[in-house]
Design a protein around this ligand. Structure first.
Ligand code: PAF
Length: 284
């Protein structure tokens, strides 16, 4: 059966009109912010929003302010028509795809200033401006759409922690929810950037997840006292498999601070293989 293509709106006024029409029927609104190049991980976020009984607004906007000049903004994959087809298949009804001028009009100077999980010494080390750009655009998306809830992938675990904290601190009145990482059969976390892996690097990529699983198992067995040894072994394995490691850390899952006995723990990793920087994380 051919499903209807989602309605695409490109301005704040059209977004608000469409959302108001949902609200007039008493519907709950869920937002799934994306940068497009949708894969099964994104689609699982839409499905989670639908499972929550909400009308789903998917935003597609490749946000320039979260890329450093040296990063891949211009070559970030843009696959709008294919994205719409994937969204139609899961009955997403509304797509918000603003232009850069809508999101950053002439004279734009305001941004969100962050600390806490945004300065945890993980992604923020290699990408010092990244979370400022993410927080600013997500704040704009939330205030433009005013959803009841928003769903983000746990794949970007630090981003999720930053947005959760920000939504509380700034009274954004959005219930920020995480959804589990979707993986390929061999364990590689799905990412829009995986398309850039060469065949040889794609074959090595699952070692990252495998090394994390081994480290997590050692920490589960040995508790906090086992963390440093498990991390050292994991770092060595990752390097031995041809990655240039940025970090492998074990942190408190709530605020990404130092591991504590009273909180759930999370292992987080970032490493380059060839031209591609992969990130991943798992619960301990
Ligand atoms: O996770 C992403 O795709 C982006 O960082 C987000 C949340 C859509 C903001 O541009």
């Amino acid at each position: 059966m051919t499903r209807p293509t989602p309605t695409v709106v490109r301005t704040v006024a059209d977004l608000r009109a469409a959302v108001s029409a949902f609200r007039a029927k008493g519907d709950t609104i869920a937002m799934v912010p994306t940068m497009g190049a949708l894969h099964a991980g994104h689609i699982s976020l839409v499905e989670a929003a639908k499972a929550a009984g909400a009308r789903v607004v998917v935003s597609i906007f490749v946000n320039p302010t979260q890329f450093a000049p040296t990063e891949d903004f211009s070559k970030y994959p843009r696959t709008f028509e294919a994205d719409l087809a994937k969204l139609a298949a899961v009955d997403a009804e509304l797509v918000y795809a603003p232009t850069v001028d809508v999101m950053y009009p002439r004279g734009f100077v305001t941004s969100v200033n962050l600390a806490g999980p945004a300065t945890a010494g993980l992604e923020d080390v290699a990408r010092p401006h990244h979370f400022g750009g993410v927080a600013t655009i997500v704040t704009k998306l939330f205030t433009q759409c005013r959803p009841d809830l928003a769903i983000f992938g746990e794949k970007d675990f630090q981003q999720l922690a930053v947005i959760r904290r920000m939504a509380v601190d700034l009274d954004l009145a959005v219930d920020v929810r995480g959804a589990p990482t979707i993986r390929e059969a061999d364990g590689l976390a799905m990412s829009s950037r995986n398309v850039y892996l060469t065949a040889a690097d794609r074959a090595k990529a699952p070692h990252l997840h495998a090394a994390m699983q081994t480290a997590a198992a050692a920490i589960r067995r040995g508790g906090l006292a086992a963390i440093e040894t498990a991390l050292a072994a994991g770092r060595a394995t990752i390097a031995a498999n041809g990655f240039a490691l940025d970090y492998l850390e074990c942190r408190a899952a709530d605020d990404l601070g130092a591991a504590r006995p009273d909180t759930a723990l999370r292992l987080l990793v970032a490493a380059r293989i060839g031209q591609v920087r992969l990130i991943d994380n798992i619960a301990v």
